[in-house]
Design a protein around this ligand. Structure first.
Ligand code: TRP
Length: 339
């Protein structure tokens, strides 16, 4: 029986927040730590820094974000002996594969990508040229992502809903390459987290950097408390029963609580807990889970060379797999030594 190969990438443009933690980082790390039967597959987690360049040319931001994201995953206990943890740009076979795939990917397929179409539509709405400020990176984004996935022959790709189309495109491109050059690639499947894994932000909308409503994961205690105090509530007074439905506060509580704690807070809402008190309880709960990793995070951020070492360890493992595979693919497309 062939083993599962799970792979996912994190674009290095931002600071990890509670939504990232609950929806992506925590489940991925837990998966990498599972030892029981059925979870003995391979795990690849990487910093998608080439993808970051599509979104920003702010070099400091890209660099700082890579450091923060890597420190976060390590601080939270990612087992780097079990999972291959690397930086996309440390694996030169990925951009090489990107080109091979670019040459079999249909342009019409890329025209249909949501991210690209949204950008064009925004331009049209603003009365601009349809291609205004759209770079080739954005247009070719799905091909680079396909290369990330196919380079390690991933079978399972955990992503958010907004990325499903990209996985479908990777499947399409893999099939096309296999059809032309023989069966080299597995056809990857998207793995979508549960609905509850999307966290609400300070304003009640989905927690997202683009809404500027996030709670960064590793804040000092004081700042964490301040952010939690900013979670939007309503004007109900202490003693007035409160609705758990649509409450960002209750939702964040549930992302950190066990079953008993969930039931307890639901009862407190019904009893009319004061918002200030609920926020204090939430702070204590979240802080209890994050206090230890926060300390490790601060230490790691002070010693980037330790982070770098881990990334190099991962890159070596990644290249050791990518290099022979790439040799096979080169041969398959007719790029090989003469005589
Ligand atoms: N595009 C993904 C995102 O923005 C990040 C990413 C890059 C990725 N390459 C990947 C995810 C490969 C899964 C597999 O979230």
């Amino acid at each position: 029986m062939s083993q599962n190969i799970t792979l996912t990438g994190i674009t290095t443009t931002g600071t990890p927040h509670l939504g990232n933690y609950v929806g992506a980082i925590k489940p991925a790390i837990e998966m990498s730590q599972r030892k029981e039967l059925g979870f003995e597959g391979q795990y690849f987690y990487f910093l998608a820094d080439y993808h970051a360049l599509i979104k920003t040319q702010d070099a400091d931001r890209v660099h700082q974000s890579a450091r923060e994201i890597a420190a976060t995953w390590l601080a939270l206990g990612l087992d780097t002996d079990k999972a291959v943890f690397y930086r996309q740009s440390d694996v030169p076979q990925i951009p090489e594969l990107t080109w091979f795939l670019t040459c079999v990917a249909a342009k019409g397929l890329m025209n249909r990508a949501h991210a690209y179409k949204d950008a064009v539509q925004k331009n049209l709405d603003a009365g601009e040229d349809p291609d205004y400020a759209i770079n080739m990176g954005l247009f070719s984004y799905p091909v680079l992502m396909a290369a990330d996935i196919l380079m390690f022959n991933a079978t399972h790709v955990p992503v958010g809903r907004d990325q499903i189309q990209h996985i479908e495109m990777a499947r399409d491109i893999a099939q096309r390459f296999n059809h032309l050059h023989g069966k080299h690639f597995n056809i990857p499947e998207a793995v979508i987290g549960e609905e509850g894994a999307v966290l609400k932000g300070l304003d009640g909308r989905k927690m997202s950097k683009s809404y500027d409503n996030t709670i960064p994961l590793f804040l000092t205690e004081k700042k964490l408390q301040k952010h939690i105090n900013k979670i939007k509530t309503n004007l109900l007074e202490p003693g007035e029963p409160k609705d758990t439905e649509d409450s960002a506060l209750f939702e964040i509580w549930c992302a950190f609580a066990n079953a008993d704690q969930k039931a307890w807070m639901a009862q407190e809402f019904a009893n009319g807990i004061a918002w200030g008190q609920a926020k204090k309880e939430l702070f204590a709960l979240v802080n209890a889970e994050l206090a230890e990793p926060r300390e490790r995070y601060m230490e790691l951020m002070e010693s980037p060379e330790v982070i770098e070492q881990e990334l190099q360890k991962g890159a070596e493992k990644a290249r050791a797999m990518a290099s022979p595979f790439m040799e096979k693919l080169r041969d398959a497309v007719g790029i090989r030594a003469l005589g």
